[in-house]
Write a protein that binds this ligand. Structure first.
Ligand code: SF4
Length: 368
């Protein structure tokens, strides 16, 4: 994959004094940059473009985070969630997946990096220390790709040693990139997991633009799983329903579970495509060749468009059974599904506490 380079850098005035700002600028020689008081006028100008989302991705905004960086992942009461936390070090993504929820979710179109990372980690360390009996699973990949900008930000070199020192937390770096160069020199002592969002080959080629190919993602996963202290994970989210989907996903399951040692896989998640209603017209406008939105939808209990429940259950049952053929003991969970769907897929009632305990156990097991 081609690594990201912005057309222009904007620096928020409050972000100027931070060492990370300087580092990022030295990694982008020749790219024009401009200091601005804040991004309000710039965002308003971008919104006048024909494709504000695409325009925002071309501009890198170095910003100061005002203390909202660590928070629980938003949950919907009707679906089983897992008490996941996000560390909000960046916002927006340079990659271009047709189905990306950020297109509808983010009001800020700029590709934004928060440079006061040390302050964020200072605050996070205080939270972890004041909750010694609680285990935290924390990811940076909810509003951004965790690694696609790592050649510029070097966040991994700051975050991985920080988490290696923590007793009660594990970091998940979630990506569709092959940008693992900086990770190779790090040993997280079991406290960091690098996870790849995977899909069928067809979906990757048709819907996941600018991302690493499946082959590249799998090669990176194999390489990281072989490195001391690292574990990997895989997210099949979103799974798309189309004729013969199971044959194409089965091929990728086989490739993963015959290549990566199972004891190095922290977890595998499954989630059928779902979207905020506002995303559908954006997808259709920005990705006219995509047919991902051409499905029969119902409005779920969280207001998102989802495949019909019986179909989701069927898809998960088939996916779990296909994965189990290759990896009978790997931890599998469903992403934002109802207790009823969990029960139908795994054959027993499951509570939120069960899901949290399952993932805490998987998160705590230390890789050698
Ligand atoms: S990699 Fe993730 S965050 Fe980036 S465009 Fe694709 S879905 Fe969105």
């Amino acid at each position: 994959m081609v690594l990201y380079k912005p057309q222009k850098i904007y620096i928020e005035k409050a972000a100027r004094p931070y060492p990370l700002t300087e580092k990022i600028l030295t990694r982008l020689p020749g790219v024009p940059c401009e200091e601005i008081e804040n991004a309000h006028a710039l965002m308003a100008e971008i919104r006048t473009h024909r494709d504000p989302i695409g325009e925002g991705k071309r501009l890198l905004f170095l910003a100061y985070d005002k203390g909202r960086s660590f928070k629980p992942f938003p949950e919907a009461a009707q679906y089983l969630s897992c008490d996941y936390f996000t560390l909000h070090v960046a916002e927006g993504c340079d990659l271009e997946c047709s189905y990306c929820i950020l297109q509808a979710y983010l009001t800020n179109p700029l590709l934004t990096v928060f440079v006061n990372i040390e302050e964020m980690l200072f605050n996070l360390e205080a939270v972890l220390a004041s909750n010694p009996d609680r285990f935290f699973r924390i990811g940076t990949g909810q509003l951004a790709d965790s690694l696609s900008l790592d050649h510029l930000t070097g966040f991994s070199e700051i975050l991985v040693p920080f988490f290696a020192r923590q007793k009660n937390a594990v970091l998940e770096l979630k990506t569709k990139s092959s940008n693992i160069e900086r990770l190779k020199a790090l040993n997280p002592a079991g406290k960091a997991i690098v996870s790849w969002s995977m899909n069928s080959r067809r979906v990757q080629q048709q819907e996941e633009h600018k991302c690493a190919t499946l082959e590249e993602r799998l090669a990176c996963a194999e390489e990281m799983a072989a490195r001391p202290g690292w574990r990997v994970a895989f997210h099949f989210d979103p799974i798309l329903d189309y004729p013969d989907w199971e044959k194409e996903y089965a091929e990728v399951f086989r490739e993963i579970f015959t290549a990566v040692p199972h004891e190095k896989i922290a977890w595998v998640s499954l989630g059928c495509l779902r979207m905020m209603p506002q995303l559908k017209p954006i997808m259709e406008e920005r990705f006219p060749k995509s047919d991902a939105a051409d499905a029969e939808w119902i409005t779920g209990m969280d207001g998102k468009l989802r495949y019909f429940k019986p179909r989701r259950i069927e898809i998960y049952q088939q996916a779990v059974s296909l994965i189990r053929q290759w990896a009978p003991a790997v931890t599998i969970y469903l992403s934002m599904e109802s207790p009823e769907v969990w029960e139908r897929v795994f054959g027993k009632p499951v509570t939120k506490q069960d899901v949290c305990a399952l993932l805490d156990r998987a998160g705590k097991s230390i890789a050698s």
